[in-house]
Design a protein around this ligand. Structure first.
Ligand SMILES: NC(=O)c1ccc[n+]([C@@H]2O[C@H](COP(=O)([O-])OP(=O)(O)OC[C@H]3O[C@@H](n4cnc5c(N)ncnc54)[C@H](OP(=O)(O)O)[C@@H]3O)[C@@H](O)[C@H]2O)c1
Length: 319
């Protein structure tokens, strides 16, 4: 399957590296706002076609999947244009700026019969099934508590600092801790307590989110775009706990029964970068003729977008 990437920025490089190492998928084209940038990117990653606009890439009949790798504020218009051109899309997280935009894109994709998914990459990795099986096996008893935090100091990045580009920690990083809970727990969220510290530009810099699920699980979550953290996640049960060494890019899950005594370590399969799973999931869904990826159904995309709207409303931020 031929992939076209739009936005020759940071994450596009990782996607191009991943696709370059895959046997079954291929990066055919890069689209940038300037032709020079597209050509330089294409040369670096041996991509056959370079376009000086996103529209030209959408018009390429050989592109079978568009990967949207631009700031959050751009996702809506670009996904809309790609869908109207009939191109299946994988949109970087956060899917859109808010639930209103997300609902409109999902409705348009349904109406036009075009596949669309969110690149919430841990959802597509083997870790999800392995983690769920461990929980279901009873190895930690009954799950009662989750603690997960993610922190990267990306406070110098323009798209993170700028409210108009959909900046802030929640859309960039908080979306991962919310998805972590939703990946391992089917119980709906009953109660939310939250607070955030804002950056001088007005975006949310660091946040604390406590969720209480209907089954009584308490989830204590933090996200920050203003400091560096270890990104570990723990699911604690009545008789033990699971430690995910990294909640977005896990390499192992440790099963612990007593404090710091590791009973078993489940190593996750070797990866290229971890992005290959989301690309393959899109390909499989498109080949099967379905409009959404089972790993990240549209209902889940929308649920998390609504949740993030609610959090930003609590913090007094524009939605
Ligand atoms: N999955 C992950 O691990 C991961 C990690 C980081 C970021 N992301 C997500 O990936 C997306 C892009 O993040 P990034 O860190 O790659 O961003 P970035 O390095 O700032 O690059 C974004 C690219 O988008 C294009 N763009 C289009 N309109 C723009 C505008 N108005 N301002 C700035 N750039 C514009 C630019 O490419 P051209 O100039 O070539 O058009 C730019 O290079 C976001 O949704 C982010 O949340 C995902």
């Amino acid at each position: 399957m031929n992939v076209g990437i739009i936005g020759a920025g940071h994450i596009a490089e990782k996607a191009a590296t991943t696709l370059g190492a895959m046997d079954d998928m291929h990066c055919l084209a890069i689209g940038s706002r300037t032709l020079e940038k597209a050509q330089a990117f294409a040369q670096r990653f041996s991509i056959p076609r370079a376009y000086g606009s996103y529209e030209e890439l959408f018009a390429d009949p050989d592109v079978e999947l568009v990967y949207i790798a631009t700031p959050h504020s751009c996702h809506f218009a670009q996904a809309r244009d790609a869908i109207l051109a009939g191109k299946p899309c994988l949109v970087e997280k956060s899917f859109m700026l808010n639930a209103t935009e997300a609902a409109a894109i999902l409705a348009l994709a349904r109406e036009k019969g075009v596949f669309v998914a969110e690149a919430m990459w841990p959802r597509y990795m083997p870790v999800r099934e392995i983690g769920r099986e461990l929980i279901a096996s009873g190895v930690i008893g009954e799950s009662r508590m989750v603690s997960a935090s993610i922190a990267y100091n990306v406070s110098e990045k323009e798209r993170v600092l700028t409210p108009e580009l959909g900046g802030g920690a929640l859309l960039d990083l908080g979306v991962y801790v919310l998805n972590f809970v939703r990946m391992y727990f089917d119980s709906p969220i009953e109660k939310i307590n939250t607070t955030c510290i804002k950056a001088p530009s007005g975006v949310d810099a660091t946040e604390d989110i406590t969720l209480v699920l209907a089954d009584g699980t308490l989830c204590s979550l933090q996200a920050s775009a203003w400091c560096q953290g270890g990104n570990e996640a723990v699911i604690a049960g009545t008789t033990g706990y699971l430690v995910f060494d990294d909640l977005i890019h896990p390499t192992r899950i440790s099963v612990c029964r007593k404090r710091h005594i590791v009973e078993r370590v489940v190593e996750l399969p070797p990866q290229i970068t971890g992005f290959e799973y989301q690309f393959r999931a899109c390909r499989d869904a498109i080949v099967a003729g379905v409009l959404e990826a089972p790993q990240m159904p549209h209902s889940e995309i929308l649920y998390v977008m609504h949740l993030m709207d609610r959090l930003r409303a609590e913090w007094g931020l524009a939605i």
